[in-house]
Design a binder for this molecule. Structure first.
Ligand SMILES: [Zn+2]
Length: 217
């Protein structure tokens, strides 16, 4: 039964789609604005599909279990951090499932709540609950697709953007040490970009280049 049907039937309590809190309906004329438990104004809106994912680093020494509603964006985030983490498996699931998984493999934790030592057990278990491998289109492939669908205005904007990127490449040639220093202080990449005065993309690219250079030594 969906939330709206549920709400119309006064005998049924209301249920928050965010925190799953259930409470009795008082006013039959209108729905409450917020969930009394988590205070969310979206308590009666369906949640966006979420995915549990497993990311593995290039050296196959670490794994991360995470949750996101945008797998491509999350992968881009890892690319930008230059840590070499790749999302290898994903399955539809929410934060509760993430918590359960993290508790199940707590003996393999290496740091935080969701960074684990590399273990086939984690991957096998995810597959056993229906996780599938995810193949990402390469950056170049995505760019070609986008270009094919772009309007003339989009293309003009893109050219301006590329000119700015090229200019930044020269202007901020050697900022990797600054980025690493600020990152060590716990600043986010977006804030580092703000501080340096360049785009976040430039910060991401510099970091990636720096880490690539380090690992090739
Ligand atoms: Zn709630």
């Amino acid at each position: 039964m969906d939330t709206q049907q549920q709400a119309v039937d006064s005998r049924n309590p209301l249920k928050c789609t965010r925190c799953e809190h259930v409470w009795p309906r008082r006013d039959l004329d209108k729905l409450p604005l917020r969930c009394p438990e988590c205070n969310s104004p979206y308590w009666d809106k369906p949640r966006k599909k979420e995915f549990i994912y497993l990311a593995v680093n290039e050296a196959k020494t670490e794994m991360k279990i995470g949750v996101t509603n945008n797998l491509s964006q999350r992968q881009c985030h890892y690319n930008g951090e230059g840590t070499g983490f790749k999302i290898t498996l994903n399955v539809e699931g929410n934060r509760q499932l993430e918590k359960d998984l993290c508790a199940r493999f707590a003996h393999l934790l290496i740091r935080g709540n969701e960074w684990f030592t590399y273990s086939e057990d984690i991957a096998n278990y995810l597959v056993s609950i229906g996780a599938k491998p995810r193949v990402f289109t390469s950056g170049a492939g995505l760019a070609r697709l986008r270009w094919a669908k772009a309007t003339p205005e989009d293309r003009k904007r893109n050219c301006d953007h590329m000119a700015r990127v090229a200019k930044e490449r020269e202007q901020f040639a050697d900022i990797a040490p600054d980025i690493l220093r600020l990152q060590a202080q716990g600043m986010t990449l977006a804030n580092i970009a703000k501080q340096i005065g360049c785009r976040t993309g430039t910060v991401c690219r510099k970091l990636k280049q720096y880490h690539a250079a380090q690992s090739s030594h």
